[in-house]
Design a protein around this ligand. Structure first.
Ligand SMILES: Cc1cc2nc3c(=O)[nH]c(=O)nc-3n(C[C@H](O)[C@H](O)[C@H](O)COP(=O)(O)OP(=O)(O)OC[C@H]3O[C@@H](n4cnc5c(N)ncnc54)[C@H](O)[C@@H]3O)c2cc1C
Length: 512
C-alpha cells in the first residue's frame, strides 16, 4: 500500500512540509536523548563531543612514549585498563624498597629512551657486578669470568673460545628491525631455530643447555622455538667486548660487588620509575580503569568504545588511533580495521605466558649477585635479588634488614599455557620444592609472597619473525597505527622505539 492508495490523491509538493517538520523534530529529540551510544547517531553526536587528535590504547611504555611525543602539540587521550601506567614494567613496594616484578633492566640507555630519561630527569643506575651467577651441579659461579671458568671446565678452553669468536662474527652486523638488512648473510639466521644453528655450529652441549635456560628466561620460549637471529642481541652481545681468553689462570672465580662495569642499568624504582614518571607527565590525559573493547571507523572518525570500572560502556572519537597493546589484543579490539596482510602477519605473533613470585624473607635467600640462573629442569629459571641495586646505591643501614628475592617462572615451551591457570598455592609450592634444593630451609624464612601473572609476557621471535615484522613495519602507516615491543624486539628499548615511530607517523598524518 502506498500514499495514493489511501485515497488522499495527488497534492502540491508542499503537502509533505508538516511531515518533514515532525520528522526533523523527532530526529533532533532522538539525537539529544539517545546520546552517542546508538548506531550511526554517535557520529552525529561526535560533532558536539570532543574529537581527539590521537586516542592511544594502552599506557605501557610504548603507549606512554607515543603520548610523551604528541601531548604538547595535539589533543590526546590514553585509555588504560589497569589503575596504573607501565604494563609489563611493574614494581612492588615493601618497607621503603621498590622491587621489580616484571621488566628489571635495560642496556646503557641510548636514542629515544636516553632523551626521555634526560627530559624526565631520571638517572639510570648501572647494576653493580657481579650481575650474573650460575648454579650448576651443586656449585655457584659468579660474574663474567667465574661463569667462563664454569664453561671452560665443562667444554675446554678452545671450544669456548671458538664459540665466542663465532658469535662475535655474526653479532657485528646485527641491526634492529626496521633497519635490519633482509638481504644480508645474517638474514639466513632468521629462517632457522637457535637450537639448530647452535647444533650446526657444533657448540658444546653445556652452551646449548645454558642458553636454552637463558632463552626461556629472556623470552618465555626455548632455544628450539626462537629464530637463531633473535638469539644474537640478547645472548651473544654479552661477549662482543670480551677478548679471546689465553690464560685461564688469570680469570677470577669470585666477583666483588661493584668491581666491574656490567653495562646493564635500572632505576632505584625499577623500570616502573620511568613509566610512573611518564604517567605523571601526561596527567589527566591518561584515563585509568578503561578497557577498550572495540575500535571502528565511522564518518571518517574512529569510534573507540571502552568499559569503565563499573562496567559502563562509553566512547571517545579520534582522528588517529595508536593501538599500543599486545598484538592479540589489537586484533581482538579492531577486527574490522586490521585486515588483509596486516592481519595475516599479526595472527602469527605468538606470546608466552610467565609468572613471577616475590619472596620477602627474614634472612637473605640469595644476595651474592643480581641474578642467579638455575638448571633447566627446575620450575623457575632465575632468582633475582630485588634489593641488589637499591642497597648498593643507598646510604642507609636501615635497608640492610629487608630481603626480597623475585623468582622468574617461564614455561618450558611458549606453547604450554598451563602456568597461568595454576593457583597461587600451586605456584609457590612448586617454587619452594626446587628452591629448597639450593637453599635448604627457605620456606620457613619467607614472611610474605606475591604472585604476578603475565598473560602476554613476550612476543616470541619464531623463525621468519624478522622478515614478517619488517613487512609489518612497512604496512604500519595511515591513521590506525600499531605500537609495542612485538613490532621490533621484546625489550623496553624496542617498545620505546615503536611508540616513537607510531607517534611520528601520527604527527605526519595530522600535519601540524
Ligand atoms: C616477567 C618479564 C620480565 C621482563 N624483563 C625485561 C627486562 O629486564 N628488560 C626489558 O627490556 N624487557 C623486559 N621485559 C619485556 C618488557 O617488559 C616489554 O617489552 C615492555 O614492557 C612492553 O611494553 P609495551 O608498551 O609494548 O606493552 P605493555 O607493557 O604490555 O603495555 C600494554 C598496556 O596496554 C594495556 N591494555 C591491554 N589491553 C587493553 C585494553 N583492551 N584496553 C586498554 N588498555 C589495555 C595494558 O594494561 C598495558 O598497560 C620483561 C617482560 C616480562 C613479562
Amino acid at each position: 500500500m502506498n500514499f495514493f492508495d489511501l485515497g488522499v490523491g495527488r497534492k502540491s509538493p508542499l503537502h509533505h512540509l508538516p511531515i518533514l517538520i515532525i520528522s526533523v523534530a523527532v530526529l533532533i529529540a532522538l539525537i539529544t536523548f539517545l546520546g552517542p551510544h546508538d548506531g550511526w547517531l554517535k557520529s552525529e553526536a561526535a560533532e558536539e563531543t570532543t574529537t581527539y587528535d590521537v586516542v592511544i590504547v594502552g599506557a605501557g611504555i610504548s603507549g606512554l612514549t607515543a603520548g610523551d611525543y604528541l601531548h604538547k602539540d595535539y589533543n590526546i587521550v590514553v585509555l588504560e585498563k589497569n589503575q596504573r601506567p607501565g604494563g609489563r614494567a611493574i614494581s612492588g613496594h615493601y618497607k621503603g624498597f621498590t622491587y621489580a616484578k616484571g621488566a628489571e633492566y635495560i642496556g646503557k640507555p641510548y636514542g629515544a629512551l636516553k632523551r626521555i630519561l634526560s627530559q624526565l630527569k631520571i638517572e639510570p643506575k648501572e647494576i653493580p657486578s657481579p650481575m650474573d651467577a650460575y648454579y650448576q651441579d651443586g656449585k655457584f659461579y659468579f660474574g663474567e669470568e667465574g661463569i667462563a671458568l664454569m664453561y671452560i671446565d665443562k667444554c675446554g678452553l678452545d671450544n669456548f673460545n671458538d664459540f665466542i669468536s663465532t658469535i662475535k662474527k655474526y653479532a657485528r652486523n646485527y641491526d634492529d628491525i626496521p633497519d635490519f638488512d633482509l638481504n644480508s648473510d645474517l638474514a639466513k639466521l632468521d629462517n632457522i631455530s637457535a637450537k639448530s644453528w647452535f647444533e650446526k655450529e657444533n657448540f658444546p652441549e653445556i652452551i646449548i643447555e645454558r642458553y636454552n635456560i637463558a632463552a626461556r628466561g629472556l623470552f618465555g620460549a626455548n632455544l628450539g622455538e626462537i629464530s637463531a637471529l633473535s638469539a644474537i642481541p640478547e645472548i651473544a652481545f654479552e661477549y662482543l667486548g670480551s677478548p679471546t681468553i689465553k690464560d685461564v689462570g688469570s680469570l677470577e672465580s669470585t666477583a666483588p660487588k661493584g668491581k666491574y662495569s656490567t653495562g646493564s642499568y635500572t632505576f632505584l624504582g625499577g623500570i616502573a620509575e620511568v613509566t610512573t614518571a611518564l604517567g605523571k607527565e601526561l596527567g589527566d590525559r591518561v584515563w585509568y580503569g578503561k578497557t577498550v573493547t572495540d575500535v571502528s571507523k565511522n564518518y571518517g572518525k574512529y569510534v573507540v568504545t571502552f568499559v569503565d570500572e563499573i562496567g559502563e560502556e562509553e566512547v571517545v572519537f579520534g582522528r588517529v588511533v595508536i593501538l599500543a597493546v599486545p598484538a592479540p589484543v589489537a586484533l581482538k579490539i579492531a577486527p574490522t580495521l586490521i585486515i588483509g596482510e596486516k592481519k595475516a602477519i599479526m595472527s602469527k605473533i605468538e606470546y608466552s605466558t610467565y609468572l613471577t613470585v616475590s619472596l620477602i624473607s627474614e634472612e637473605p635467600i640469595f644476595e651474592e649477585a643480581f641474578d642467579l640462573a638455575v638448571p633447566d629442569e627446575m620450575f623457575f629459571t632465575d632468582v633475582y635479588d630485588a634489593t641488589w641495586v637499591e642497597k648498593y646505591y643507598s646510604n642507609t643501614k636501615r635497608k640492610e634488614d629487608v630481603h626480597i628475592a623475585v623468582v622468574y617462572i617461564p614455561p618450558k615451551s611458549y606453547k604450554d599455557r598451563s602456568l597461568i591457570k595454576m593457583t597461587d598455592g600451586e605456584v609457590v609450592d612448586n617454587v619452594y620444592k626446587d628452591l629448597e634444593k639450593i637453599f635448604p630451609g627457605v620456606r620457613e624464612n619467607v614472611i610474605k609472597y606475591e604472585v604476578e601473572r603475565f598473560l602476554y609476557s613476550f612476543p616470541v621471535m619464531t623463525p621468519g619473525a624478522y622478515r614478517r615484522l619488517t613487512r609489518l613495519n612497512l604496512l604500519n602507516t595511515g591513521t590506525l597505527l600499531l605500537a609495542g615491543d612485538y613490532l621490533i624486539y621484546p625489550t623496553i628499548e624496542s617498545a620505546v622505539d615503536s611508540g616513537l615511530l607510531a607517534a611520528e607517523r601520527a604527527a605526519a598524518e595530522l600535519g601540524r
